[in-house]
Design a binder for this molecule. Structure first.
Ligand code: CO
Length: 250
């Protein structure tokens, strides 16, 4: 499958699904507190998606059971919401949410601290990961390459002494949740697919406090750091336009 470029009216539709994802993440972020379970977030998200007139993108995708991925501390991505997973003061939780509206997908993630007991070095992990996403977004320009995006993310992360995950990557997005191209959070400038007007990329750095290696738990979904260190994750959908990068999940 080739990379699909979207028309201005398609990008407008993606802005609408992106806006719904942002509303959801803002709403869920405000709920995060010690004692809340990741299943509380899931239930709230499912109701809110309905209320906003969209459909969840993740539930049923390769048999994934929920509308959210909630990944706590050493969990990198694809944590499955659970009644048993109680958020505690000092934890971090990545909330990843996708919806489809009028045939077009939106997908975004944030990582938020639980309560006020966040360790300064983990606060820095969150700040560096989010900043690395914006470094990548700055490279989303006609004529640049996918490698420019990955290199910008990687350089920012490694300069701070953290590491980027290799086994999971960002992706094109449009009428499907995952389209070409893959968008790694590492790479070499000038390498990989060239960016053309109308492409939409979901850029999603996953950054480990310690080593980059990962493993997947027995539930077949939850990806965790091999060394048990904390991991952060932020994601935006970004369109390639004549005027430079346009964030659709704003
Ligand atoms: Co994604």
């Amino acid at each position: 499958m080739a990379i699909v470029c979207k028309s201005a009216s398609e990008i407008e539709k993606m802005r609408r699904s992106g806006h719904i994802v942002r509303q959801l993440l803002d709403y869920l972020k405000a709920m995060v507190a010690p004692g809340v379970t990741t299943m509380d977030l899931e239930r709230a998200a499912e109701a809110k998606i309905k209320e906003l007139g969209a459909k969840p993108a993740f539930k049923g995708y390769y048999d994934y059971p929920c509308v959210l991925c909630t990944s706590v501390n050493e969990e990198i991505v694809h944590g499955i919401p659970s009644e048993k997973r109680v958020l505690n003061e000092g934890d971090i939780v990545s909330i990843d949410c996708g919806v489809v509206l009028d045939g077009y997908y939106g997908d975004a993630a944030i990582t938020v601290p639980v309560g006020n007991g966040l360790k300064p070095e983990i606060k820095k992990l969150l700040e560096v990961t989010e900043a690395s996403l914006y470094r990548g977004i700055q490279q989303v320009r006609i004529g640049n390459s996918v490698g420019d995006v990955g290199a910008a993310v990687q350089e920012h992360v490694e300069a701070a002494g953290f590491s980027v995950v290799r086994e999971f990557v960002g992706h094109g997005i449009g009428t499907r949740l995952h389209e070409e191209p893959q968008v790694p959070n590492y790479g070499a400038r000038g390498h990989g697919a060239r960016l053309r007007e109308g492409m939409v990329l979901a850029i999603e750095p996953m950054v480990n406090f310690g080593k980059p290696e990962t493993k997947v738990l027995g539930d077949k979904w939850t990806a965790v750091t091999a060394d048990g260190s904390c991991s952060a994750h932020f994601e935006h959908c970004v369109a390639v336009t004549k005027d430079g990068p346009v964030i659709l999940t704003q």
